[in-house]
Design a protein around this ligand. Structure first.
Ligand SMILES: Nc1ncnc2c1ncn2[C@@H]1O[C@H](COP(=O)(O)OP(=O)(O)OP(=O)(O)O)[C@@H](O)[C@H]1O
Ligand SMILES: [Mg+2]
Length: 229
């Protein structure tokens, strides 16, 4: 579904990504782990068309998209849950959901069934929701675009453990269909619950890739790059 091939990404003169390559298969759930400033969001921005790579290729749904504008990549099926949620605070929950919606299996009824709190608060401004509810809204809004790949950038950030578990349960529930998932996280346990395969990033490079079980067993990688004891 997604192939990132040796990309080099810059912010102005700052060289952030140094030859990063990853793959996400159709229906596969892949986690990307790494500490603050590792380059995770920059990789997502490179894929989504917000900060195009200066070198290398991004192949999405069989097409090279690294020179495409973000709206066109989104329309091709990239459903993004951005870091910090970025919901539209003055708009109602329902307006947030319908603004970028496209026809497909995910409808208002279906997302309200998955997230009952959003149905109860459909006519409330998005900004009045709790942090956890806003994260649910950001996920639901991405689903409503009916894309082929869901990309979540640190959905657990700043949320209580009970809400993080709820998000883990929901993302796991989305697996198994045709939807591909790329989950960016600093929360090691959440990532391992969801992923079929894992990449670890450090200083703008992929430093490890393998299975959740392989990472679990690799004390050295966990300590060096993830700060997990
Ligand atoms: N707009 C920008 N201009 C210049 N440098 C930036 C910009 N955004 C990020 N950076 C730098 O790029 C590097 C990678 O940042 P990035 O946001 O991709 O990290 P991250 O892995 O997503 O971290 P976090 O887990 O904290 O979100 C950092 O050194 C950061 O300071
Ligand atoms: Mg980030």
């Amino acid at each position: 579904m997604l192939g990132v091939e040796a990309i080099q990404t810059y912010y102005g003169e700052s060289h952030i990504l140094h030859g990063v390559s990853i793959r996400v298969g159709e229906g596969e759930a892949v986690a990307l782990l790494g500490r603050n400033g590792a380059g995770k969001t920059t990789l997502i921005r490179s894929v989504a068309g917000f900060t195009p790579p200066r070198e290398g290729r991004v192949v999405f749904g069989g097409r090279p998209v690294q020179a495409w504008p973000a709206y066109r990549i989104a329309r091709r099926g990239l459903a993004l849950v951005p870091q910090g949620r970025r919901i539209f605070s003055p708009l109602t929950v329902r307006e947030n959901l319908t603004l970028g919606a496209r026809p497909g299996e995910w409808t208002l009824e279906r997302v309200y069934a998955l997230f009952p709190r959003l149905g109860e608060r459909a006519l409330q401004p998005g900004g009045t929701l709790s942090g956890g509810e806003q994260q649910m809204l950001a996920i639901a809004r991405a689903l409503m675009t009916n894309g082929r790949m869901l990309v979540l950038d640190e959905p657990s950030e700043g949320l209580a453990p009970i809400i993080v578990r709820e998000i883990g349960r929901i993302v796991r529930g989305l697996k198994g269909g045709r939807l591909s998932i790329l989950l960016v996280e600093q929360n090691y346990h959440l990532a391992l619950q969801v992923a079929d395969r894992v990449y670890v990033m450090n200083k703008g490079q992929i430093v490890w890739e393998g299975t959740p079980a392989g990472l679990e067993a690799d004390e050295d990688v966990k300590r060096r790059y993830l700060g997990v004891a």
